[in-house]
Design a protein around this ligand. Structure first.
Ligand SMILES: [Zn+2]
Length: 262
């Protein structure tokens, strides 16, 4: 079975509509990920999790397809460290909103934006909100960050303490080691755990006490890393990947069960 939208013919996609499929839109970023990881990490991981979850969902009879990954996100805070690309917040919201609306207008009524980059969070949420408002009663448009789905299951994979998972960290490096080992240069790994900018806040990927304040990444970390990638292993990455796919497949199921009404 094919899961990628771009591998299907137009006729196959037209008849797919009769199965009321879920369409996943992976949203990435192209930005520096420290000395040991490539710039495409967030797109690679968002797409891999979408495809993994689509396989699980299709196995249980929920037809799910994955759009091409939207590569460039909102990353102005990474530009000063080099090798990064960014859209404006307005452009990213417009692209994701229009893409979602165009799907529902064609009859693909269940759309889920699957984000892979923390910095995109507010834009992805806004796109789903505004597309959902425009298509209210005709379709469901959801948004989530795939890593937020696994925060309650951290004890199943986590070794680092608070601050060990942030960016190019134990979490992302483990996933990359298991999915794209040829793109990881573990001999260049460096850890960096910055002090939180405000007292009594937490800048961990899964931290609950967070306050949103814009900061250039060059002021946060000299090497572009936030966390402890030295603790990453491919075994850990396999466990994380499995949990991400399971949790996303469950969300797909939940969305597929909703009646679409006003
Ligand atoms: Zn990342």
């Amino acid at each position: 079975m094919k899961y990628l939208w771009t591998e299907l013919t137009s006729a196959e996609l037209r008849s797919l509509k009769d199965e009321d499929p879920i369409v996943l839109i992976p949203v990435g970023a192209v930005e520096q990920h420290g000395p040991h990881l490539p710039t495409g990490v967030d797109g690679y991981l968002a797409e891999s999790v979408c495809v993994g979850a689509a396989k699980l969902a299709n196995k249980s009879g929920l037809r799910t397809v994955v759009l091409p990954v939207q590569w460039v996100g909102y990353s102005p805070h990474h530009l000063s460290l080099g090798g990064s690309l960014s859209l404006s917040c307005e452009t990213l919201v417009a692209v994701l909103t229009e893409l979602s609306v165009s799907l529902v207008q064609q009859g693909y009524r269940r759309v889920l934006l699957v984000n892979g980059h923390g910095g995109n969070g507010a834009c992805v949420d806004m796109a789903a909100t505004d597309a959902g408002r425009q298509m209210y009663g005709q379709g469901i448009i959801g948004a989530l960050s795939y890593f937020s789905l696994v925060s309650e299951r951290q004890s199943e994979f986590r070794e680092s303490g608070s601050g060990g998972m942030g960016h190019a960290c134990e979490f992302e490096t483990s996933l990359m080691l298991s999915l794209y080992p040829e793109l990881v240069e573990m001999e260049r790994v460096q850890d960096h755990i910055p002090q939180p900018y405000l007292q009594n806040t937490n800048n961990d990927l899964f931290g609950s006490k967070k306050v949103r304040i814009y900061r250039e990444y060059s002021a946060v970390t000299p090497n572009g890393v936030v966390g402890q990638p030295s603790l990453a292993t491919s075994e850990k990455g396999e466990i994380i990947f499995e949990i991400c796919c399971e949790e996303l497949a469950q969300t797909i199921k939940n969305i597929s069960e909703k009646e679409i009404t006003n």
